[in-house]
Design a protein around this ligand. Structure first.
Ligand code: TRP
Length: 332
């Protein structure tokens, strides 16, 4: 690879991506391909910390991979692979677990939240998941890790573990930095604009899925919760309108000033329809490309096989260093 900084990120294959995943994450990933060496992973090993049907996980994994490509990840430019195809992740996980403290894992807020949500399945994997994630990052000597704010604590843990390992055994890992994206970083629920848009929301109108058809998308935007004013402007306390403006701004490239001018003297109804149409038009090529890719499974397989080979080659350089440093005897 050329001498550019290394970016690594992952996304879990739990159902189709939302507009929030797309705007907050994957769309930025595609842009970074020009300036960095990018490695993108479908985190299917992370996904089983929460109970998944095997058939659903299998389908979602391939769909998520196809979606990455449909959104513009170029498998010739970036390494795009499926986590379980590279055994180094599971192997690094064990060694790093032995440099991670029970106490620090106990402080992870996502673990607390997820155990409350699934009280009947607080499995050990859910608890040690940040160690697996640290391995994902450290194996590739990543410089930057684009993540949402909800993953920031896990990233800090990865840094702490890397630092501790480096101190104990000598320099092994580069210390990664979080790359928190600003504009459109957080797309909020259309029904409760004070909480994040989530695919697991009980209200189907709260969340836009990027493969939904135009009519559905427009209908959901028409029902979006706003406020009792009638003026389209970005302001404190106008969470619903702010969210719609930020979505509209991302998909059209218009500034907030442009948008306020465009909708001056027009009601929220017009604005919501305009946002819905702009989003649907923006996503149409992704939807078409996804359908083409899903109709060509051989091509997809070729891509993820090649991605896994490259990822494995890179990761094993670090893994063999780790094994040597901790004192594991080489087999030959
Ligand atoms: N844990 C991340 C999430 O749930 C996904 C993920 C797995 C990840 N491994 C990663 C993100 C490594 C960044 C780097 O969103």
């Amino acid at each position: 690879m050329e001498d550019k900084k290394i970016i690594l990120s992952g996304i879990q294959p739990t159902g189709t991506f939302t507009l929030g995943n797309y705007i907050g994450a994957v769309r930025n990933w595609t842009k970074m391909q020009e300036d960095y060496n990018c490695i993108y992973m479908i985190a299917n090993m992370h996904a089983i910390t929460v109970r998944q049907g095997p058939a659903a996980l299998r389908n979602h994994t391939v769909e998520a991979y196809a979606l990455l490509l449909a959104c513009g990840i170029d498998p010739e430019k970036s390494v795009a692979f499926i986590q379980s195809h590279n055994p180094a992740h599971a192997e690094a996980n064990w060694v790093l677990a032995c440099s991670t403290q029970f106490g620090e894992l106990s402080r992870m807020t996502q673990f607390k939240a997820k155990s409350e949500k699934h009280p009947d399945d607080i499995n050990a994997g859910l608890f040690t998941y940040p160690v697996l994630m640290a391995g994902d990052i450290l194996l590739y000597q990543s410089d930057l890790v684009p993540v949402g704010i909800d993953q920031k604590q896990h990233l800090e843990l990865a840094r702490d573990v890397a630092q501790r390992f480096n101190q104990k055994y000598g320099d092994t890992f580069k210390l990664p930095e979080a790359y928190i994206t600003e504009v459109g970083a957080k797309i909020m629920s259309l029904q409760d604009p004070t909480s994040k848009m989530s695919k697991s929301d009980d209200n189907p109108n709260a969340c836009i899925f990027i493969l939904e058809d135009k009519d559905t998308i427009i209908r959901k935007f028409k029902r979006a919760v706003t406020d009792s004013e009638t003026c389209v402007r970005f302001a404190e306390g106008k969470d619903g309108i702010n969210n719609l403006m930020s979505i509209y701004s991302v998909v059209t490239g218009k500034s907030y000033d442009d948008i306020e001018r465009e909708f001056e003297g027009r009601g929220y109804g017009d604005f919501k329809i305009a946002v819905g149409e702009a989003v649907a038009d923006h996503l149409a090529p992704v939807r078409e490309s996804f359908a083409r890719l899903m109709a060509n499974k051989d091509y997809l397989k070729e891509c993820y096989t090649k991605g896994a080979e490259t990822a494995t080659r890179i990761a094993y350089k670090t893994l063999s260093k780790m094994y040597k440093k901790v004192g594991f005897v080489p087999s030959r």
